[in-house]
Design a protein around this ligand. Structure first.
Ligand SMILES: Nc1ncnc2c1ncn2[C@@H]1O[C@H](COP(=O)(O)OP(=O)(O)OP(=O)(O)O)[C@@H](O)[C@H]1O
Ligand SMILES: [Mg+2]
Length: 278
């Protein structure tokens, strides 16, 4: 397990002010009996969890445990068994491109940007068809087209600042900006115009103290807005501080599911991480 002293307890408490999402009536997202196979390899089997609006669910487990495969399953990027529901709606059959429109957004483990576009234009690109008017409309009504373009750029600039990507970097290529800012950019791009459920895959990987603090602040802000957050992390101090509940995966199976305190006490979890019961 990774360990550091960079987590400010007060900032972490702000991420988890209620301690539980049980006050909310319906889970934002629920997965039941999720399974994924790659040929003969069972990457995921019988995984079930739920996350409420304004709650943070942590997903932890050793390398190869099936954490990213779990996101692939939720977002219909692989053939899988089980059921995925958004509040009361069964969305198991919804394809990946339909999920974003329903407010389910995902940031990937590896950063993926358009390196030939500026940081700002990367965000404008995810805003989609509303950002640019298209050639015909630009010729017929150039003023309206310019207004629309400027509106998209202003929205992009505001969102990027909010996600910890300062204006000084907006004109640069994503590959030129510091790694910590790239991680924040990838979260901003996933969030886009907004999200009800945001799936983050190791957002803290490689982050130093200041970037980690910025991430904790952002998670707190998104939770206050009612976003249901699911966060895969190896950074134990971070996840134990910010999660309301944690799902532990090991060799594709759900080893444990509970509050951070319950997970820390669980002998099966300690064995999976440390190789023997503690
Ligand atoms: N496309 C694929 N084809 C075949 N096997 C795969 C594929 N993707 C993942 N796997 C395998 O499935 C298992 C789970 O992988 P997964 O990437 O979900 O693990 P993870 O928990 O995200 O690991 P890490 O912490 O290293 O990111 C691993 O054994 C991996 O090698
Ligand atoms: Mg992974």
């Amino acid at each position: 397990m990774q360990s550091t002293t960079s987590i400010d307890p007060a900032a972490a408490a702000a991420v988890n002010p209620l301690g539980s999402g049980e006050g909310a009536l319906l889970p934002a997202l629920r997965v039941e009996g999720l399974g994924v196979r790659y040929g003969a390899l069972v990457a995921l089997e019988g995984v079930s969890w739920e996350v409420f609006p304004g709650e943070l669910l942590g997903i932890i487990g050793p390398n190869g445990a099936g954490k990213s495969s779990c996101y692939d399953a939720v977002t219909a990027m692989v053939r899988r068994s089980g059921r995925v529901s958004l509040q009361t709606r069964d969305i198991t059959a919804v394809p990946p491109y339909g999920l974003a429109a329903l407010g389910v957004k995902r940031a990937f483990q590896q950063n993926a940007f358009f390196d030939d576009l500026s940081v700002l234009d990367n965000f404008v690109a995810v805003l989609g068809e509303h950002a640019y008017a298209g050639l015909a409309a630009s010729v017929l009504n150039p003023l309206a087209a310019a207004r629309r373009r400027n509106g998209a750029k202003a929205l992009a600039a505001g969102q990027l600042e909010r996600f910890g990507v300062p204006a000084a970097y907006h004109a640069q290529s994503p590959k030129e900006i510091p790694y910590g800012v790239q991680r924040m950019l990838s979260i901003a791009l996933a969030y886009g115009r907004g999200a009800d459920v945001l799936l983050l895959d190791e957002p803290a990987a490689g982050l130093g103290g200041e970037d980690m603090a910025a991430l904790v602040r952002l998670l707190a802000e998104l939770k206050r807005e009612g976003v249901a957050l699911v966060v895969i992390e190896h950074h134990m101090e971070l996840i134990m501080a910010v999660a309301d509940r944690i799902c532990v995966l090991d060799l594709g199976k759900q080893l444990a599911y509970g509050t951070p305190a319950e997970i820390q006490r669980d002998p099966r979890v300690r064995e999976a991480y440390l190789g023997k019961p503690q």
